[in-house]
Design a protein around this ligand. Sequence first.
Ligand SMILES: O=C1O[C@H](COP(=O)(O)O)[C@@H](O)[C@H](O)[C@H]1O
Length: 259
Amino acid sequence: MAAAEEMKKKKKVEIFDTEEELAVSLARYIADLSVDFIRSRGSFTVVLSGGYLIHNLRKLKEPPYVGSLDWSKWHVFWLDERVVPKGHPDSNYKLAFDGFLSYVPIPVENVYAINDALPAEGAAEDYENCVRQLVTKKVVPLSTITGFPAFDLMLLGMGPDGHVASLFPGHPLLNENERWVTYIKDSPKPPPERITFTFPVINSSKYIAVVVAGPGEVEAVRKVLGSGDGDGHDSLPAGMVSAEGELTWFLDKDAASKL
Ligand SMILES: O=C1O[C@H](COP(=O)(O)O)[C@@H](O)[C@H](O)[C@H]1O
């Protein structure tokens, strides 16, 4: 099968009438993957974004999931992080902790936050080393296709400019193809200093959910997922996302209104 067709087969777009329905379906999707991976491999590696994504995980904090998922087998990572102290309002760790992690019994030693005592370059290197150690311990497998780490599930948000993680339109970091984790000091969205997983790692994931709700990203959604007007697709970072297993876009009606 040609590469483009193979890609289409692995991409799904789900559109929900309301953001509430999106959140319900997203929780079921994550819960099903958690059960499957824990049954087959004994653990579940999940990569969180910052931003609005965390709000859309809210159903996992409620029954039936909060009491039934085997949270002890979860390993949690950050797709990108701002280089600020963990208690800072801009910290993606703080956002995830306050909005999700503090409600579910994931062992603290399975939550891999960045080292906030280091500057951007050192923090990226340190985070990459952390993932390398987990590869050695077989917590994170390597993709047999790319040789990059293959996380079970990455949960992505998307900004109005089409950025994902801390990978922004037109930035040279979009072309990084060796490092697992890199850093940026000139992020167009504040704060300027961040670390981020690179595209080879993102695209080696087994499953990716890109979650977008509300009207703010409607143009970027149209450019990445709309058909035929030739101005989008893989020119935006979100359009460069693919998964080794399956990529699913979770959209509400507002976000999908120009499709
Ligand atoms: O800066 C960031 O932005 C993106 C998108 O955020 P959203 O609030 O528009 O959903 C987020 O996914 C990323 O993790 C974050 O650092």
